[in-house]
Design a protein. Structure first.
Length: 167
């Protein structure tokens, strides 16, 4: 597993502009609201999923999105999904719940997981994600996240993620 040091080394070697914000540990989107208020750009949440066929998915959406998990499989081209287990997350991505980020794909073997980025985030100038831990936030362009995923041998999927209406 290459970890955060490998991530930062790759970003440096590829001359990727980014900003880093250190903060208290956050485990949920709700906990991150106070931290996010001081950080410009699009904020995210990440879903680690397993489909009915046994394939793993990491889906990154805007932080405020309430993903429609029943409609999601049709949008990303898979079978019914459920949340993946923490031991699978650790084995595949080298991270624990609360630290999920598309950048954890640096630790994943190509083909072991499909990373999906919401179309709006893919086009955003600044997307904020964890740097493989929940005590920091890295801000970088959505297109740059896609470039990094490809650099690590993954073929990211850009999709319009279905959301539920707010009650």
């Amino acid at each position: 597993m290459r970890g955060e040091a490998g991530l930062l080394a790759d970003m440096d070697a590829l001359a990727i502009p980014f900003t880093v914000h250190e903060h208290v540990a956050v485990f949920t989107v709700a906990e991150s609201d106070t931290v996010n208020a001081a950080i410009p750009g699009a904020h995210t949440k990440n879903l680690f999923l397993k489909d009915a066929g046994g394939a793993f998915w990491l889906v990154t959406v805007p932080g405020e999105a309430r993903v429609d998990l029943k409609a999601l499989p049709a949008a990303i081209g898979c079978k019914r999904v459920s949340f993946g287990k923490p031991d699978d997350m650790q084995r595949l991505l080298g991270i624990a719940p609360g630290s999920v980020t598309p950048l954890a794909a640096i630790n994943a073997a190509p083909g072991s997981i499909t990373v999906v980025l919401d179309a709006g985030l893919a086009a955003a100038e600044r997307v904020n994600v964890h740097p493989l831990r929940n005590t920091g936030t890295i801000g970088l362009a959505g297109a740059t996240i896609l470039d990094l995923l490809r650099h690590w041998g993954h073929e990211p999927l850009i999709a319009s993620i279905p959301v539920q209406d707010n009650p």
